[in-house]
Design a protein around this ligand. Sequence first.
Ligand SMILES: C[S@@+](CC[C@H](N)C(=O)[O-])C[C@H]1O[C@@H](n2cnc3c(N)ncnc32)[C@H](O)[C@@H]1O
Length: 351
Amino acid sequence: MAREQISKIAYKTLQQGKSIAGLAHKELSTRIMKLILPDEKTGDFNIDKKLLLDIQNSMDILREEDWNDAEKNIYPQKLLFDEPWLRYLTQYPKILLDMPNTWDRRRKKNYQDLPKNIDNENYPNYYLRNFHHQTDGYLSDFSASIYDLQVEILFNGSADAMRRRIIKPLKEGLNNFSNRKKSSIKILDVATGSGRTLKQLRGAFPKEKILGLDLSGSYLKEASRFISDLEGDLIELIKGNAEDLPFEDNSLQGISCVYLFHELPRKVRENVLNQFFRVLEPGGILVLADSIQIDDSPDFIQIMDNFHKSFHEPFYSDYIKDDINSKIEKVGFNNINSNSFFMTKVWSAVK
Ligand SMILES: C[S@@+](CC[C@H](N)C(=O)[O-])C[C@H]1O[C@@H](n2cnc3c(N)ncnc32)[C@H](O)[C@@H]1O
């Protein structure tokens, strides 16, 4: 019992430490920007006391939820303490040194500053841009090598705790196949990026077959390095488009998709949902996680507003108003549920 309490305190302290580190970076980058570019708009905004309290409460609830799910063995507790510190240490100086390039792109409204060697025909139009003013968009090894830590900083260290919110509904959904051998169950993580979600999934599903798909070869290479030493069977990585999934109809039992939808135009969101429905077997479970939306998180409108003003996120303001529940229902899913945790909303639905 005492050991459990110490672990819980350690977990909360770790999370609070990461949150402080995230805030410290934001303060540091604003100061550097004011020093180098005194006339630049900082993009910072005043957080009133109530909003600050709401943010803190919401993060506390997220941590409690994360702790409780681990305690119930929905996933192993070690995931809560699994921080790639060495990786962060190599990523941070790169992020600092790259900041002026990002500001320059933002100032010049240069959203298509992409590597010259890429073949545009391999990518949809909406994708060929510098999301978040990010150097090379999603299209270089450099971008992939700093992405993780950027997301950690954005969410004040709670990105993985939010990603883990997909696990409980996935597990519940996969109970529909509890009479099958676990190794025959296939779970696909769409837009898997640099592999953080795959690591959470492998922890929770040690025997199931896990696959990760993304449009970016560079991000998949980074994912491959990140997951290479995980226990359990090999995770398969596939370069492909969520709008045209390279899987047979009814061939998968679970699909997860984290932080993709806010970067898609409305029509593409519909196409992707249609694909999810097509490749899932009847009874299969879809779990989506993405930004919170206006209707169910009105207290955080200021944050959502700031996000799309400060970062290049051209489809975000449409996304936060989009009725995803109806879209999921329209393509044919049942048992649709949704729930918000800090900055992330999670939907689950059964085919
Ligand atoms: C914001 S990142 C999210 C990455 C990851 N899921 C995470 O939790 O950090 C969005 C990812 O979606 C990928 N992506 C965007 N459009 C895609 C598409 N049509 N098909 C597959 N991947 C796509 C990008 O390459 C990028 O890795």
